[in-house]
Design a protein around this ligand. Sequence first.
Ligand code: FES
Length: 274
Amino acid sequence: MATTAPKSAESVRTLRTDAWWVQPLLTVLVLTGFIAYATYRTFENNFFLAELTWVNGAWQKSQMYLDGKVGHLLSPFYSPLFLVDWRVMGYYISPAILILPFPLSFRLTCYYYRKAYYRSFFGSPPACAVKGTTKKSYRGEQVFPFVIQNLHRYAFYAAFAFIFILSYDVILSMKYIDGWGISLGTLVLLLNVVLLAGYTFGCHSFRHLIGGKVNCYSCSLANKTKYGLWRKATFLNDRHALFAWTSLFGVAFADLYVRMVCSGVFADPVFVKF
Ligand code: FES
């Protein structure tokens, strides 16, 4: 009597019975949505600074700024502010194109995001104990293009600078034509900086930068200080995935908020003026 040989565990995609595919699917949906929104906003080249408005081919002070209803509220996608007047075949070049490569390279080369998009977009493998698409010729991050991932520490330096640039924007958002004030927009920009700082200072490269190459943490005051900083970075590093996602939503929300204020969808509520 003919018998069918049972499939070996290696030949089936997975023996897992849980919904392992939910996480990679969500990753694809969220990252694709963010990329689509960020691309649209990058090329929109408008509604990024509440203080200015684009009239007849030139930037002018907006009426809501002249009325003292908004401060220098700037979208993080367009920070630091460049008001360039470059045109290619009649189209203005968006200043966001000059800014985007820095935060983008930081996220694309992040160790956590690598795992997330290698799994979800490349299926390499899609989840633990699930057969992926890895080929025998796979050389990891030793050859082009993935060898570029090793530049992450340099992308970190740029991201580090952006924390201070965006913090300065929070202060500027409180500067009104007739004094100073705190609005909901200020708090939205502040939340964005806090989440980005949690993400940036939990970076594996930063953790190595401040705590690496030390043989004895207790041998000098400098090394004890390094140890203290390393512990704090480790606290954030343990929550790196959490900050990776919340900071992604935070920056998109901050931009969307500024866009809606600039385009007149709603007024930015001002809590105090001084
Ligand atoms: S490892 Fe994720 S930001 Fe550096």
